[in-house]
Design a protein around this ligand. Structure first.
Ligand code: UT7
Length: 326
């Protein structure tokens, strides 16, 4: 028994923040941002828009693509680091919107790797026969934890959501998933403000409790990302007794175009076989892999039967991959 992706969906908020918009409010330039990151614009959630709103839009699109109804969903796994509430968890809030009462629902925080973590867990439920319609979501409102006075991070992040539906299949399907974490790198990329820590420094918009922002040592994260993503690609291919020539599409976390280039080079894949969507939405953390997957599917690049390698690395650091037959 395998689990197989039977539908994808995504959502980007309407408001667009371009590099030229950022030029007007901080010491940066479109040329610098494009050259150093590949990003051209990002989408920003409207003031009243929530993480759950975005997750719902992506989920409904994925269910429609799968030809399934919300009532069919028997497992919800959400990756997010920007949930609307500390609890109930983001999966449960989404479940209430979709109306599939009773189905187990959870969210997990693994930063940019959250979707791959959630996918790996849902895959095991489906393979074990415990789920016949698993909804796996990555949804993030990073604009709410971005410090727009810090040009080294403000230019990177955007909001968005992506989702996939997993169903059982006798044909592969997800071939393997690989997850790792190394907390010794926590100082490189983090966001304080955890509720157990008590009041954190930082402004409190609209009377909300204080919350700090994303902090990142960018060039060090860059080096760690290139090394660890290179390693997990080898691990994934070796576990499946394959070499990189078998891969039709690399679907990487969209953090920096130069990291994506390095991953492709390591694999010996031409960039024409990499789904690159970073220019359109910037770094959307856990949403970026399912967003890229959905965009690549809907524009016809990714086809049924293609062999896909998904990979991501994020704060923690956490990192993961999935090899799958689409
Ligand atoms: O999603 C989770 C994982 N995240 C990542 O993988 C992100 C990894 N890191 C990166 O993508 C890159 O490190 C950044 C895009 C964040 C930065 O690029 P970089 O090439 O590593 O630049 P840098 O931090 O080494 O800075 C180079 C220069 C500095 O100036 P000096 O000291 O050389 O004079 C910065 O002050 O660029 C300057 N700089 C900027 N200049 C214009 C930093 N940010 C900006 C900016 N506009 N926005």
């Amino acid at each position: 028994m395998y689990s197989r992706i039977v539908g994808t969906g995504s959502y980007l908020p309407e408001r667009v923040l371009t590099n030229f918009d950022l030029e007007k409010c901080m010491d940066t330039s479109d040329a610098w941002i494009r050259e150093r990151t590949g990003i051209e614009r990002r989408h920003i959630a409207a003031p009243g828009e929530s993480n759950t709103d975005m997750a719902e839009r992506a989920s409904r699109a994925a269910l429609a693509a799968a030809g399934m109804q919300p009532a069919d969903v028997d497992l919800i796994a959400v990756g997010t680091t920007t949930p609307d509430l500390v609890f109930p968890n983001a999966g449960t809030l989404l479940q209430e919107r979709l109306g599939c009462r009773g189905a187990p629902a959870f969210s997990l925080e693994a930063a940019c790797s959250g979707f791959i973590y959630a996918l790996a867990i849902a895959d095991k439920f489906v393979r074990a026969g415990d789920s016949r319609c698993a909804l796996v979501v990555g949804s993030e409102i990073l604009s709410r934890i971005t410090d727009y006075s810090d040009r080294s991070t403000a230019i990177l992040f955007g909001d968005g959501a992506g989702a996939v539906v997993l169903a059982p299949s006798s044909e592969p399907g997800i071939l393997s998933t690989h997850l790792h974490a190394d907390g010794s790198y926590q100082h490189l990329l983090y966001c304080t403000g955890g509720p157990a820590r008590g009041a954190a420094p930082g402004p409190a918009p609209n009377g909300l409790p204080p919350m700090d922002y994303v902090r990142m040592h960018g060039s060090e994260v860059f080096r760690v990302a290139v090394t660890l993503l290179g390693r997990i690609v080898d691990e994934t291919l070796a576990a499946n007794h394959m070499d990189c020539s078998a891969i039709d599409w690399l679907v990487p976390h969209q953090a920096n175009y130069r990291i994506i280039q390095a991953s492709a080079k390591k694999l010996g894949l031409p960039l024409e076989r990499v789904i690159v969507t970073i220019q359109e939405h910037g770094n959307t953390s856990t949403a970026s892999v399912p967003l890229a997957l959905d965009i690549g599917t809907r524009d016809g690049r990714i086809k049924r039967g293609d062999l896909l390698l998904l990979e991501a690395l994020g704060g923690g650091v956490t990192w993961g991959s999935a090899l799958l037959r689409y």
